[in-house]
Every structure is written in structure tokens, then in C-alpha cells.
Design a binder for this molecule. Structure first.
Ligand code: ADP
Ligand code: MG
Length: 323
């Protein structure tokens, strides 16, 4: 089980235009364990940050034994006989025997699209990439050739902000065209500078009310229906059920509901804007629920949507096949 291939393709198509190829992209995937972060990474984020899409991506995972992601990686591994892919071995655990993908080091570097470090966060490797960038700049200047080296470092879970590395990445490295994808369970693990410089967020299901509250208060409040924070938190919970996510692009000031079961993407409209526009309070004009009404974003003749579009002045990829 995992994400359907068609769903993954739809989400890849949605996400790709949000990625900036001329500077580094900082992407945070936030949510409790089992909310679908690794699956999203393997099926959607890695394919977007792939070699065929112009990125040189290294994926690092500390808990590589137990990841559905490893299966996905094996599925994409090139140059392997089918029989060599995603073999399993049995591992004894306190709760019984489980099957885990059997990884061999020599397979890890064989995909055309990505590189893998199986030992998880490797600070030295990250710095190596950064210095390679600096050296390229020093040798070749800011020529187009150099700009073609788009590095991406992707780290699964267990954020360890050793030596402030992630801070440096967010504040400095991204100007050197180094992207960073980080999966994290709790956003308080990230310091303010990092949080505020991460323009792309995926928010998934969170078990803990205080974490939900923090996410709603700090980020999603303008995009969620509800008369108060408590109601918005409930809405957030509802939208992130079944491994679904809310994607937020800080720069565009837009948020979308990402249905990872159907591939449907729905913009969550900014309520304050709507209220201003129509001269109503938001409680008089309740938002339709995207997950229930199958409401499609930017409907024709939708004044609110139109005005938002022209205000933002950027075209965002719309959900396919539903219009
Ligand atoms: N979109 C999806 N559709 C179906 N199953 C999913 C989906 N996303 C995740 N899963 C399943 O949910 C479980 C947890 O997913 P995982 O990606 O490991 O979560 P996390 O990395 O947040 O702990 C896995 O068994 C995975 O196969
Ligand atoms: Mg995971």
C-alpha cells in the first residue's frame, strides 16, 4: 500500500511550477509519525527534485530500515534486474517478525535520478556540497553553466540541527542554489529564522493539539474556515485526515488542500480577503468545505477568486482533469 501512481503524477504536476529553478528551495514537511511524510517525499518530492528535472539530489535517511520510502526508491532504482529490487528480509521485533526491504550498499547509488546516503544526516557531506558550489562559483563565476548545478539535500525525519547547519542552509545556501527538503514532526524543532525562511510547507496530520494550534496560529489561520482558533484547529484536523496535507506557498500567500488519495488539489481561500471584498464578516459567509463539496478553485465568474488572482498576479497550476 501507499500512494497511487496516478495520484502521485497529479501531485507532481501541481507542485513543479512552485519550485524555483533559479535559487534554492526550502521545503518543510511537518506532521506526526505515520501521517504520510515519507510517502509524500518518495512519490512526489523526490520525483520533482530529480535529475531529469534539473536537480542533483541526495537523499539522507536515518531510519532507513523501516521506511516505505525505501521500497519506492527501489522501484525507481535503475540498472537493477527486477529480481534485485526491493528484496525483503525478516527482522525480529518485540511485537513479532516484520518484513523490511533489504538494502545493499552497492545498490544505493545506482539510480539515475537521485543519490542516497543510507546513514542519515551527514553534516560533512552537506558541507562538501556547499563547498563544491563555492568552488564552482569561484572558478566559473555566475555563468549559466554554474547555475545549472542545482543541488538538493533531502533529509527524512529526526531533525538534528547540528552546528546550526540548517540555519545556514536556509539563510545562505539557498542563494547558492542549494535546495533543502526536511521532514519534521514538530515545528518547534526549527528555530525562527528557519521557519520564517521556508516558503514551501506541507502540513500533515498532527496528534498533538498544541502542535496543531501552533501551526494554525503561525501559518494557516487565514486559510482555514472557523470562527476562532479552536474551530480552525478542528478544520485543520479534518483536512489532514487520511494522509492528506495542506500545502502552503508563503511567497504566493496561497494554501492548498492536497488530497493524497485522489490527487485533487483545492485552493483554500483567504477568508479575510473574501470578507473585505464582499463587505461581510466571515461568519456570515461560511466557506464551502473543499473536501466535501469537491469545490474547484478559481471557478469561472467567481468574483472573489478573480480578484485574488489579479491581486496575487501569478498563475498557479490548477488541478487537472476537473474542469
Ligand atoms: N497517500 C497515501 N495513500 C495510501 N497510503 C498511504 C499514503 N501515504 C502514506 N500511506 C501509508 O501510511 C503509512 C505511513 O506513511 P509514512 O509515509 O511512513 O508516514 P511518516 O513518514 O509520516 O511516518 C505507510 O504504511 C504508508 O504506506
Ligand atoms: Mg517517515
Amino acid at each position: 500500500m501507499g500512494m497511487d501512481d496516478g495520484v502521485a503524477a497529479a501531485l507532481i504536476a501541481f507542485l513543479t511550477p512552485h519550485i524555483n529553478k533559479h535559487s534554492g528551495n526550502i521545503m518543510m514537511v511537518v506532521g506526526s509519525s505515520e501521517c504520510g511524510k515519507s510517502t509524500l517525499m518518495g512519490n512526489v518530492l523526490l520525483p520533482v527534485f530529480s535529475r531529469s528535472n534539473g536537480f542533483i539530489t541526495t537523499f539522507m535517511s536515518p531510519n532507513y530500515d523501516s521506511l516505505p520510502l525505501q521500497e519506492l526508491i527501489m522501484k525507481h532504482a535503475k540498472g537493477l534486474k527486477h529480481s534485485d529490487r526491493a528484496k525483503y528480509r525478516e527482522v525480529e521485533t518485540p511485537t513479532g517478525t516484520i518484513q523490511v526491504p533489504d538494502f545493499k550498499m552497492e545498490y544505493l547509488y545506482k539510480t539515475d535520478e537521485w543519490m542516497f546516503l543510507k546513514r542519515g544526516f551527514d553534516d560533512v557531506y552537506c558541507r562538501l556540497i556547499y563547498h563544491m558550489r563555492l568552488m564552482l562559483n569561484k572558478t566559473h563565476g555566475e555563468s549559466d553553466k554554474v547555475r545549472d548545478f542545482r543541488f538538493c539535500l533531502a533529509l527524512d525525519d529526526e531533525i538534528d540541527i547540528r552546528g546550526n547547519l540548517i540555519r545556514e542552509v536556509c539563510l545562505t545556501w539557498r542563494n547558492k542554489n542549494i535546495s533543502w527538503i526536511q521532514l519534521v514532526q514538530d515545528i518547534t524543532n526549527l528555530d525562527c529564522a528557519v521557519r520564517n525562511s521556508a516558503p514551501l510547507f506541507f502540513f500533515g496530520y498532527s496528534n498533538f493539539p498544541h502542535r496543531r494550534e501552533q501551526i494554525v496560529r503561525n501559518y494557516l489561520s487565514p486559510y482555514l474556515v472557523g470562527k476562532d482558533v479552536k474551530a480552525k484547529m478542528d478544520r485543520f484536523l479534518q483536512l489532514t485526515e487520511n494522509k492528506c496535507f495542506i500545502f502552503m506557498n508563503h511567497r504566493l500567500r496561497k494554501a492548498f488542500h492536497i488530497n493524497t488519495q485522489t490527487g485533487e488539489v483545492t485552493e483554500l481561500r483567504e477568508l479575510t480577503t473574501q470578507a473585505d471584498h464582499e463587505g461581510q464578516s466571515s461568519s456570515e459567509a461560511p466557506e464551502p468545505l473543499p473536501s466535501q463539496g469537491q469545490e474547484v478553485i478559481h471557478k469561472k465568474g467567481d468574483k472573489v477568486g478573480d480578484s485574488r488572482n489579479s491581486r496575487v498576479g501569478e498563475t498557479v497550476h490548477q488541478q487537472r482533469g476537473n474542469r
